[in-house]
Ligand binder design. Structure first.
Ligand code: 3HC
Ligand code: NAI
Length: 696
């Protein structure tokens, strides 16, 4: 591997340049390269000052997160050593910062005696977002350079700040317009000319007479906001140690916090999510250089719940949309909902009135498919019914220009069948948004058997453009997310039959961290959808439809929140679920009719059954190749289904629980009399458990 660090000499100033694409993460080779270059510069008698710089994209994005847990992470010189070398350099060192300067990258910069930066350089300590704290002196040097309050905000939030905003603090000595390295050389020359003393951040003091009071206030706020995550409080305590304590003592507090967080399951989860979200964009059999189709104009069919939200995604990024409905009334209603949503955002101060108008000006309502002749991408969000989809896609096939991408937002229906309604199945795929579509980050991109590589690649790029996290799914009933959700729902329904009540199951799963329990979620989404799906499936399978408790609720007109009752009852205009004796009676009747004697069920059993049901179905989805990797499943569950972030997704949860333990539990459930066959552990799960391997 070529040396990622180069050294050049310009008169009395040596310039050390880090260039390890893409973002100068501080892996072993880069650290060693910096240390060697620094030694050389210090050994060269002609050199009197040193500039340390990176690339336009990044000074450095910090420690190499891919090295964590590998021998390279600890390989000497470690980052703390390199920073001490800079700080202890007998010749002045000037950090020249452009692009990203994050985490260990900022800690490295703070080891320099002086710093200059481009105005838009991005400086931050985002370790907290990985469940960590800055582990190379950042919690001690930053307060010494920018003051306690600014430092605490940066460390605890992890949010970066533009260099221009930090000008005037000891962190940024000068903003450079134009050539950064040239500016840094001139600055270094000035240091020499003026004979400025070396300014070591560690020698500064944190001056803040109100410091302790501020920290106490911050403890209360951070404690209340960081439920389930230990890192923010540890960040706070490390920064607190910078006040009135010697530098080395503060570093000791920081170190202990860093090591304990590195071993925490919460950090493991957040680091997994960081890698998983980036991996999801990579499609194994799709060449990275696939030529994309140009998407400038979008068509959306159906201005209901989903079509309206889907439309907003495009308007938000300045892309024009033609929105088609069957009747003027439905179109007017859909457009009015979009406007109302924007106006609500405006009332919260997050959009200006002119932005509302700009966005609304980009949407054109229509009742005629003629408006789609020049659309590059059309997304259908009409009723979930194959006959309706057939007529829509046959029409699209007739009217759309060659090369237009034709997408369906179907939740469950077979994309290959939908594609077969056209003479261009290669242009068809699923784009499955989640409700509310303008808010939820997840997008399942469903790849049909015939979907062309450039259609898939273009759709992934579109997803990025509209700020979605896209995962690719193969075709199966419910795709990745809803297929797993169905198993989770069946497991929860089984618990109801066996003796639990909706409020107990919801309570246990919410304590586990799910945003909402399955019964509250059912009431919110509408129980009639599942009722219709179960009837359809029975019909397709040619078997008699046997209603379960959820169907009995629907038969009684209880569809959930929209009818004022479902699993729970709701007071008019309120969304709080109130346990309902009517539901309990329906459940009791069902048990009696099926000769079930209810038993006591623990919260632990609720978690085991519901979450392992997800895991087992996830394993089947993996072995069938519906998902390319386990981490895609986690990305889906975290972003589309309210799975708790601190647990990293169902597949990582299973890894951490131990796959042999998951297998044992599933075997126990599968061995119960009358058990559903889907409790049998998936072959892939058995194999991994046997081989001592993990999903992620
Ligand atoms: N280590 C290793 N790889 C990294 C990295 C890091 N710190 N930061 C980014 N990358 C990789 C990404 O994985 C991605 O790889 P890929 O191309 O193979 O998918 C590539 O760089 C580009 O990243 P993004 O796709 O995220 O590009 P963006 O331009 O959208 O964002 C970024 C760039 C703002 C730097 C963003 O990647 C980021 O936030 N990175 C993490 C920064 C961070 O958390 N740093 C702290 C690390 S922990 C630390 O420093 C500990 C220390 O205190 C001891
Ligand atoms: P909806 O009932 O709110 O809206 C459907 C709209 O399509 C209605 O306004 C209707 O007038 C219009 N429509 C029906 N047939 C049409 C046709 N032939 N031409 C033009 N317009 C037509 O339904 P919703 O909830 O928006 O669902 C739409 C699709 O999105 C379905 O396939 C559904 O499975 C899927 N979906 C729904 C989610 C949800 O949470 N509601 C989540 C993800 C996907």
């Amino acid at each position: 591997m070529s040396n990622p660090v180069s050294l050049s000499v310009h008169g009395p100033v040596a310039v050390i340049t880090m260039d390890k694409p893409p973002v100068n993460s501080l892996g072993a080779a880069l650290r060693a390269g910096i240390a060697d270059a620094l030694d050389q510069a210090n050994a060269n008698a002609a050199v009197r000052a040193i500039v340390l710089t990176g690339t336009a994209r990044a000074f450095s994005a910090g420690a190499d997160v891919t090295e964590f847990g590998t021998p390279n992470a600890a390989r000497e010189p470690n980052l703390r050593v390199v920073i001490s070398m800079l700080e202890d350099s007998p010749k002045p060192v000037v950090g020249a910062i452009a692009g990203q300067c994050l985490g260990g990258g900022l800690e490295l910069a703070m080891g320099c005696h002086f710093r200059v930066a481009s105005a838009d350089a991005n400086l931050g300590l985002p370790e907290v977002k990985l469940g960590l704290l800055p582990g190379a002196g950042g919690t001690q040097r930053l307060p010494r350079l920018v003051g306690l309050e600014t430092a605490l905000n940066m460390v605890v939030s992890g949010n970066p700040v533009a260099a221009a905003k930090l000008a005037g603090t000891a962190l940024i000595d000068q903003i450079v317009d134009g050539d950064l390295v040239q500016g840094a050389i001139v600055f270094a020359q000035g240091v020499l000319d003026k004979g400025l003393p070396l300014r070591r951040a560690r020698d500064l003091k944190v001056q803040d007479p109100q410091g302790q009071a501020f920290l106490q206030f911050a403890r209360n706020t951070v404690g209340a906001m960081s439920k389930n995550f230990p890192a923010p409080m540890k960040c706070l305590e490390a920064v607190a140690a910078s006040l009135n304590k010697p530098f080395d003592e503060g570093v000791r507090v920081e170190r202990e916090g860093f090591l304990s967080l590195m071993a925490s399951p919460e950090s493991r989860a957040l680091r997994h999510v960081f890698a998983a979200e980036r991996a999801a964009a990579k499609i194994p059999d799709l060449p990275a250089d696939t030529t994309l189709r140009n998407i400038a104009k979008v068509g959306v069919i159906g201005a209901g719940t989903m079509g309206g939200g889907i439309t907003m995604n495009f308007l938000n990024v300045g892309m024009p949309v033609v929105l088609l409905e069957m009747k003027q009334e439905a179109l007017d209603k859909g457009l009015a909902t979009i406007r109302r949503n924007y106006e609500n955002t405006m009332k919260k101060g997050k959009l200006k009135p002119e932005q509302v108008e700009q966005r609304m000006a980009l949407v054109t309502g229509t009742l005629s498919y003629d408006a789609f002749v020049d659309a590059d991408l059309v997304i259908e969000a009409v009723f979930e019914n194959m006959d309706v989809k057939q007529s829509v896609f046959e029409t699209l096939d007739r009217v759309c220009k060659p090369g237009a991408i034709l997408a369906s937002n179907t939740s469950y229906l077979n994309i290959d069948r939908i594609a077969s309604f056209t003479k261009r199945p290669a242009d068809v795929l699923g784009l499955h948004f989640f409700s509310p579509a303008n808010v939820m980050r997840l997008l399942e991109v469903v790849r049909g058997a015939a979907t062309a590589p450039d259609v898939l690649a273009t759709s992934m790029a579109v997803a990025k453009k509209i700020k979605k996290i896209a995962i690719v799914s193969g075709v199966c009933d419910g795709f990745i997310g809803n297929r797993m959700l169905a198993r989770y729902g069946t497991a929860a329904a089984g618990l109801i039959n066996a003796g639990a009540l909706p409020q107990q199951i919801d309570g246990a799963l919410q304590k586990f961290g799910m945003a909402m329990g399955p019964f509250r979620m059912g009431d919110l989404a509408g129980l009639d959808i599942g009722w219709a799906t179960r009837q359809r499936k029975a019909n397709e399978a040619g078997v008699a439809f046997t209603p379960i408790v959820a169907d009995k609720l629907c038969e009684a007109g209880r569809y959930g929140q929209k009818t004022g009752s479902g699993w729970y009852r709701y007071e008019a205009g309120k969304r709080d679920p109130i346990p309902d004796p009517v539901t309990e009676q329906l459940i009791a009747d069902y048990r009696a009719a099926n000769s079930i004697t209810p038993r006591k069920i623990s919260d632990a059993e609720v978690i085991e059954r519901c979450i392992y049901a997800l895991v087992n179905e996830g394993a089947r989805i993996l072995e069938e190749g519906i998902a390319a990797r386990a981490s895609d499943i986690d990305v889906a569950y975290l972003n589309g289904y309210g799975f708790p972030l601190h647990r990293g997704g169902p597949m990582l949860y299973a890894d951490l629980a131990g796959l042999p333990n998951v297998v044992r539990a599933l075997r126990r459930f599968a061995a119960e009399p009358g058990a559903d066959a889907s409790w049998q552990p998936a072959p892939l799960l058995l194999k991994l458990a046997d081989e001592g391997k993990t999903f992620c």
